[in-house]
Write a protein that binds this ligand. Structure first.
Ligand SMILES: [Zn+2]
Length: 300
């Protein structure tokens, strides 16, 4: 089965925090054990946003790729280049701060192999405002220029962390559907990082994509849960008619705890089983595991 994950902070943990490979939720051994065909590694700009050393952080993250390259896990430029039965990774960016120096930075990052960028993390930047801010204004004029430049480079616009007004600006001012690489459902867990039913409906209508986050605080208001709860969020999108646009956005190595039975990439098969237990067909499970993401990228 082609299994894909659209978000992890593994390169930050390795390249900036200097974590030990064996302590991480994702490492070469766990990717192999879990049968992960395509792992997305985010280049996160860090918690200080544009007040921090963005260039230095990104350099550290890029150099941490060696831990995977040395283990025979290589970078692909397009999800379709990843081969079932093997393990590969793709780059994303989390934090539009990397594009603040000018629109040409978009194609520079695209040339590095970056296929999706979250416009903001939890800080306001030159592009827009995070959901965390509660800000009601949408994208800034420069932000809309960045979005259009990304779309012309076939780089997916990632709305995870973005405020709602910014989310709607993408739908109202462009024709290419965005993705939410690591977000859950607001109706199942009231948290500012989650998507409302209206947002999920727009993703379904326009052919976007949602990677369900594995962070217990986004999955359950009690802050703890097991793998079944992740399946419940996925099923919620399916029940709304989104069986073809939903998948996995683990957030592994960016979260301090994980659901029981889903502690790392090696346990992703438990999630496939949880989906089957909910009565999903093998075809639906294989779409959610990775087929849906492949089709999203062929649409954009
Ligand atoms: Zn994030």
């Amino acid at each position: 089965m082609f299994i894909a994950d659209t978000h992890s902070d593994t390169l930050y943990a390795l390249g900036v925090n200097h974590a030990k490979l064996q302590d991480l939720m994702i490492n070469p051994e766990k990717l192999r054990k879990g049968g992960i065909t395509l792992q997305t590694f985010a280049l996160w700009t860090g918690r200080d946003g544009n007040r921090g050393d963005v260039d230095g952080i990104v350099r550290g993250e890029l150099s941490a790729r060696r831990f995977f390259e040395e283990a025979g896990i290589h970078q692909v430029d397009d999800p379709a280049q990843a081969k079932e039965g093997e393990n590969a990774y793709m780059l994303s960016v989390e934090g539009g701060e990397v594009f603040e120096k000018g629109l040409e930075a978009v194609s520079e990052f695209r040339q590095l192999g970056v296929r999706m960028t979250a416009l903001v993390w939890n800080n306001e930047n030159a592009i827009g405002y995070p959901a965390k801010s509660g800000e009601k204004r949408g994208l800034k004029p420069y932000g809309l220029d960045v979005v259009k430049e990304m779309q012309s480079c076939h780089m997916a616009v990632d709305t995870s962390h973005l405020n709602e007004a910014g989310f709607w600006d993408i739908f109202n001012h462009t024709n290419v559907p965005p993705l939410a690489s690591h977000s859950c459902c607001m109706s199942l867990c009231r948290h500012f990082r989650n998507l409302t039913d209206e947002q999920i409906r727009a993703m379904i209508r326009d052919g976007g994509y949602i990677g369900i986050n594995f962070y217990p605080a986004f999955l359950s208001e009690s802050g703890e849960c097991d793998v079944e709860r992740v399946a419940e969020h996925i099923d919620y999108v399916c029940q709304m008619g989104g069986e073809h646009i939903v998948g996995f956005g683990s957030d592994f190595d960016g979260i301090e705890c994980a659901p029981r039975g889903l502690s790392g990439a090696d346990e992703v098969p438990n999630l496939l089983d949880a989906l089957r237990r909910r009565g999903m067909s093998e075809e639906a499970v294989s779409g959610i595991a990775g087929g849906n993401l492949l089709r999203y990228f062929s649409r954009i």
